[in-house]
Structures are given as C-alpha cells and as structure tokens.
Design a protein. Sequence first.
Lengths: 417, 417
Amino acid sequence: MGIADMVTEKAVKAKEASRALLKADADLRNAALREMAQDLRARRARIIRANEIDMENGQQKQLSSAMLDRLRLDEKRINDMAVALEEIADFPDPLAAVLEEWERPNGLRIRKVPVPLGVVGIIYESRPNVTVDSTGLCLKAGNAVLLRGGSEAINSNVALAEILADACHDVGLPRSCVEIVTTTDRQAVIEMCKLDRYLSLIVPRGGAELIRTVKQNATVPVLQHERGMTQIYVDATCDLDMAVSLVHNAKVQRPGVCNAVENLYVHEANTAALQAIVADLQASGVEIRGDERVCALCAGCTPATAEDWDTEYLDLILTVGLVNSLDEALDRIARHTSGLTEAIITDNEANAERFLKEVDSACVYHNTSTRFTDGGQFGMGAEIGISTDKLHARGPVGVRELTSYKYVIHGNGQVRS
Amino acid sequence: MGIADMVTEKAVKAKEASRALLKADADLRNAALREMAQDLRARRARIIRANEIDMENGQQKQLSSAMLDRLRLDEKRINDMAVALEEIADFPDPLAAVLEEWERPNGLRIRKVPVPLGVVGIIYESRPNVTVDSTGLCLKAGNAVLLRGGSEAINSNVALAEILADACHDVGLPRSCVEIVTTTDRQAVIEMCKLDRYLSLIVPRGGAELIRTVKQNATVPVLQHERGMTQIYVDATCDLDMAVSLVHNAKVQRPGVCNAVENLYVHEANTAALQAIVADLQASGVEIRGDERVCALCAGCTPATAEDWDTEYLDLILTVGLVNSLDEALDRIARHTSGLTEAIITDNEANAERFLKEVDSACVYHNTSTRFTDGGQFGMGAEIGISTDKLHARGPVGVRELTSYKYVIHGNGQVRS
C-alpha cells in the first residue's frame, strides 16, 4: 500500500470513530482519559522498552544530548503523562454548556451548542509526551486524533498510542479514536495535510520549518503559531521599579519562548526608566541593541540594525529604542508585531486604554509581564498550542477551542413562505 | 506595475485603514454606513451610467438574459442596496459585548473582547449588489474590505466602491476602508488568495469553480460553502400531514438553493408517509428517484443510481429510499452529508434527540422545513455566506462571525515565577 493510502485508511478509521464520540457523554470521555492514565502506569515496561530502541537509534544517529534528554522516558515522566491525563479529566466538560438559545417569531426554538470538531491531526516533533497530552485534550473535547510524530520517537510514540487506543477500547469506545501514522516517511506529513475530507483541523507542534511545510501543503485548516515578536512600550510616566521588574521578567525569566520580550520602546521623557531597565538587564547578562539615542544614554549598548527590530532572538538580547509619543510607539509596534503579545507600562489610564484597544494582538497587557500568554496562566488548563491567526482560536488554544458548534432547531411543522 | 504588485498595494492600503477602524466606535461605523446609503441614492446617475457600460458589454458578449438581469441596476435596485446598508447600521454592535471576564489568583484581570478581523477579501461574481452588502457587513464589524468582483460588472462595481470609499472619507474614516481590484485579469484572484500578511479572511461568493480556485490557491483562511446535500429522515411514526407539508416546502418552495432537500429516507414502517409524500411531490412536478422498494410502493418513480445519493440537484428532483431503522438512516446520512442541513420528522422525542445529537451538521432540525438554514431566518440579520467548515464559523455567517477576539489583561506589576 502506498503512503497516501496508508494515511488515508487511518484517517477514515478515525473519522468513523469520531461518530461514536458524538454519542459519548462526558463521563465516558473522562473514563477513557482515566483508563489511559492507569494503563500508562501499568504498562510502563512496554513503553520504556520501546523508548530504549529510540534512545539507541538516537545515540547511533548522534543526536545532541539535549535532544536525547527530550526523547527519554522513565517512570517519572510516564507518571507525569498519566497525571496530565487525570488533570484533563477533571476539567469542566467543554461540550456541556448551551452557547445561546432563542425563539423566533414563528415558534422555532434555536439552540447553539458546542460539538466536537471531528478528527484532529497532530503533527509533532521529538517529545513523546505530545502523543499523550494532545490525545487527552482532543478526546476531552470529543475528537478522535490522527497522530504523526517525529522519526526519532517513532517506537515510543507507537507504543504510547497503542496503549491509549486500547484504553479507549476498554471503556467501550472504538480503538480508532487514537490512530497513529507508523511510517517515518516525510511524505506522510504532506498526505495528512490534504485529507480535508476526514480531518477538521491540523495542529503542527514543532519548529518553524514544520509549520511552514504544513501550511504550504494544507487544505485542512491549520492552527498555527508563526513567531512571537513580543514588544513592550514604557510610557512617559510609570512606576519605575515596576517597569524594571516587568521588563526583567519578560526578558530574563525564560528567554527562549514566544512570550519573552524582543523589542522595547521607551518614551523619550522617561530616560530614567530607560537607564534603570538597561542597567538591570545588563547586570543579568542581556545584550542591549539600541538606537542612536539609547546608545548615547546608556553605556555598553550595541547599535541596532534594521533587521534587529524584526528578529525573534529567543535569547538574552533585546532591541531598545526611544519614541517621542504613544502614537509613534503604536506605529512601530504595528510594523513589527507578530500579533501575539504586547504590553504597556504606564500610570496613565487613558494611554493604557488606547494601547489595549489599538494594538492588534491576541494578548495585550497593562502593567504586567508578557510571560503570562499561556493557557495554564490564563486558567484555561493545558493548552494544545498558541494561535497567531485570527480565525477560530486566537492566543492560547485549550480544550474549548478544540470544539465547533451546531444549531439545533425544534419546530412543530414550520415551513418557509 | 504587475498584477501582484497592484493587488498587494491595495491590500497594504486596506490594512493601514483597518488600523483606523480599530479606533472607530460603533457610532462612527454606523455613520459611515448611513452616509454610504445616502450617497448611493444621491449619486445614482453615476452608478447607472457605469452600469450601462457593463450592460452594453454584456449584450455584446451575448450574456444570457438571466445574467443581464442580475447585472442590471436601476433606481429601485440602488435604493434596495441603500436600505440594506441602513438595516445593517441598525443591527446591534458586534464589538460591544465583553465575551468573558475573570480574575486570576495573582490578581490579573483578563477580559476576552470581540475585535475586528482586519481586512476581509471578497471575491465574487456578477451581481453588483454584493459590492455594497459585503462592504456593509464587513464595515459594521470594523473590517476594511478588498473587493474583487466579476469582469461583467467591473464598471458598476468600481463606481459603487468609489462611492462607498468616498462616504468613509466624508465621515472621517480612510477611503481605503473600501479597496477594489480594478483589473479583470483572473490572475488577480490567485494573487489575493496569497496575501495572508494583509488579509485575515477571504469570502468567495459565487459558483463551485470560483470556490475551488480560491481554496486551492489560498494561504489566507477561506470561509467556504462547498455544497448543500440537504437530507430529511421521516421516522416510523409522525404526523402525516406535517411530513407531507415539510418535505413539500423543503423541495418545492425554492429548489435551487443549498437548504432545499436532495435525499429523503423514510422508515419502512411508515409507507403511508412515503406514499403521501411522493404523491404530493409528483403532483408538483417533482421527479422521484427511488430505491427498489420505493419504486415498488409508489407509481411513476425512476430507479435511483448510486450517484443520485451524492447529487445536489438544485432542481425538482428528489432521491428517496426506505430504511429499516433510525440507525440505518443515521449511517446513510453520515455517508452523503455535506455537513450543512439535515432534518428528522418524528413524534418520537427520543429518536429526535438521538438524531439531533448524532447528525454532524451545522443545522439539524426536528419537525421543521430545512429551508430555515439562513442568517435572516435565524434572526442574525443579513449573512455574508454559509459555512460548511467547522472552524471559526459554521452555518450562516453574519456580522458577528466577521469578528475575532483578543485578551485584554490588566495587572499591577505581576511577574511570572
């Protein structure tokens, strides 16, 4: 069988299983999640055996020690995956609430209710825990999954997916609620992206190249996160200590993530804040790339190039510039934004409101670190990803964003005239 | 300038205008809509002059009289467009409500609020009124538009778009809230579909070929309506007169639309309903394509082929089959559905509930004609289209579905630890 046929066959089975999930109430879906957790713990020997093969292959392929560490599964990590499933089981049911309900003058009663998406395709790279937590989040929302993990973790992923599928079977759901592509041929990714007849959504979880490949080939809608050009504006007046603390947290606490700040704009009337922030960051080893005025005001800065303003460093580097007004800050933020996270630090309420309204990003903050752009920090529970698109889901994507809706209409013989 | 550059330049201008729309409150957006209505009436001579050129060209190109009629603009039709804009101005503001609001244990206050999508691309065919009503719906939701109409109506569309853009300018909004592609080269459609840097959404309004072209080329998300394979199931027991009346309305009242029924399934225990429905439809000139048992039970039926069950006739033809159970009906509906509209006619509440839950379509009806799948009929106001996708918008797409959301977070110095 060719790769296209193999992938399609699995998608067809998952689609068929998704029909059974339409009938499954929250108790059954949660029972499946708890059964999965229990079985992961009970069958850990099987998982570790499969993982050892991946580790050996990885060593032969001379993967970096960081890659090998991400790949490794041990009892603790298996238990962590099980705990994650149990936490998802404890979330509120995303399919429970009626979203809206109204009656028409002709007596039709219309209810808008949440429903599963159907089958969600997950295309991901090395970490095998993605197999488990993606499946858990999708199943919580009544979706079947078609998984396609990276080649390094293929044995671990297949073992995990089998256990998850068996757990579905044990509680009375079809095994095909969890399907996994077992070939490591990259063509399988391309084929998956075109299965819009069976898949409602594809979530790529991995690096920029993976996301690009998926997006360029997909006829299935893709939930994507392009990059995180997080920006902060420090206004003319603000609490100085707070400004230092917020920018410090946004840059230093974890520089390698999409909500870490990359560009900083400071109002020219607030050179005190500029100098305090720069000195604090430099003391933490942050390289400052400043515009001409910043370099003149602060010692030890490198001149910023035009490209610096569009670079997501994901490192201890920050581009810093002075602006002469809130309007200039808004213009420059609009020019460089990735549409994910921006913040203003100010004690001027009117300026804060303008900023929060006019900055066109998923998450806009006033007097807060940008590092809170995260489903867990928002209290949404675990997230399956972050979206920089504006359709369907924007910002953190949790269980609720893995649903669609339908209109249920009750009548008593109404016809249209 | 090449076509790609021309189209891109317009998209850039519209994107810039969409920033001004972020600041525009509902009063200003509604004022623009009312100004547009007024100016359409006041400048009708300009519109009619442009339309006459299109009509002459159409006659030379020997367009059908139906096409020419759709193309024609007169005082009444211009006034209808103006009235439509005034009605949109009277809708509630889709950007007014706070969608959700909560506080985190660390004191962060998170508000989820509706925001415009940005720039919406509309790609449409002959009717020039689409220029006006699409622009009206988009602007109501705070979006700029990039329009691309069919070549037959190019002069009318450009005249209309100019008047709409001028009206924006007159109330203090940028003219570029309304941009129109003035070349009739088909390459412009392809170029528009790839402008994901500037456009948030493309809405194709036209035939299947247009939608296919857009979907195959788009990197911008597309709101699509593939087809309407509307299906009805008549259960073992039901009100016989109601069944006849509902199927009649669903097939005969307007057969050429996506919510007109194409496949009918009748429970084998309800041959009385089958015969009454078939006789009624035949009396209205409907051709019945039946399975073997239907043909045996009802005179004058044609045997249905396998393809008939997947054919959207949009005509006075109906495919009819007997089923031996609700389960069989559900299976067959799942096999042939387009995911838009399905109905059950029954007096059995439990069967109705199963059907409404398990049929995976945008609009599912109990004891109602399928013809109500329509934004106006739902009380949503005018719709820009119908979506058979599950992401973002499903079913009728009105003004509210032309919005996205963002998270606005207020803090007082919170950092992440």
